[in-house]
Design a protein around this ligand. Sequence first.
Ligand code: RAT
Ligand code: ZN
Length: 421
Amino acid sequence: MKTILAEASRVPVAKQIEDIVMSTPLTDVHTHLYDPAFKDLLLWGIDDLLTYHYLIAETFRYLDLPYETFWALSKTQQADLIWNSLFLQHSPISEACRGVLTTLHALGLDVKKRDLPALRQWFAGQQVETYVTRCMELAGVRRIYMTNSPFDDLERPVWEKGFQRDDRFAAALRIDPLLLSWTEAAPRLARWGFKVDPLVPSQETFDEVRRFLTEWSRRINARYLMVSLSPDFQFPAQDITSQLLEKAVLPHCREHGLPLALMPGVKRAVNPRLKLAGDGVGLTDLAALQNLCAGFPDNKFAATVLARENQHELCVLARKFRNLHIFGCWWFTNVPFLIDEMTRMRTELLGLSFTPQHSDARVLDQLIYKWQHSRRVIAEVLVDKYSALSQTGWHVTRPEIERDVQDLFGGAFERFCQCPA
Ligand code: RAT
Ligand code: ZN
């Protein structure tokens, strides 16, 4: 806050900019949260906050416990261990640790007591229905995009059975298993009644994959499709991923006007003993993304990349291709230092035609800290940018700032999803 106030002296409207950025209701374009109808799949509360996989990775830096021993513990015991090692034995200054405290503080809880049982007691008194609203209000989030996978055995039956949708939760169709593990995905598609040949995919196979995508896009009312990709993703290539993309996924997206969100740069399971916390990062050859944008001008692509070293090239690509919308500071880049760098670079190269952040929240309450932290950094960047404008004699009005911030906080993304390519 201090930095922002110091900046405030730079332009008369700095305080106004800060207020607008801190309070504009936003759309969170990528999370791992669920409509409350999914019951236990929607994670929330102190033990889920503490056992977030970002914190598990950090805890193992201090523990000499065998991995198996940790995984054999109950969630509460794991949370105790994490609290003890990351909050009590060391000061919780990492971004993910600070986030837990920001969240608790915003909820009105006294963090300085360091009293985990008392915190648990408070959470035990919450009802999920009202708590969802409370967290969304505190975070200023009005719409949450979920990550929805028909390949998830816990999630799929809920969709198949049907339920009353909460219209604050929008769906995104996640297709990693289809594109990245075809040999396992194909037999599943076959069991679900789609005539696919796992070994020699013919035109019929691709048509059936399209039928599968259509069925699920309709069932969940998907606003976009999404896949994460390894750093060595190539396109075009002589592999099944490339063929599925070209012959099934991209035609499906064109037919239904849906963007395909690509997330390159993740090296899955570099340390499998860490489970979900064991993924790493690598530099991607973004020629693949360039080839997609250039080769399929009637398709819309959204992208976020994991490697810091890829961020500049991604911005340049977005300058070349209007069918590319870049979003978010993903995962290991979701730290203030890199959000600041990336947001400055993006505004300088793209103006306001991008979406600076998504939360990637896996636990409902994380919305509060992820957005509070990011909003502060984005506010600082905008104060600097409007300040530089005012030195030319161009002064922005309040409605202009509000318009710009609404665009950054989901407006531009939603327009991109709706517009023709
Ligand atoms: O940020 C995360 O929580 C990661 O585990 C991933 O889920 C990543 O965001 C993804 O969507 O693959
Ligand atoms: Zn994610």
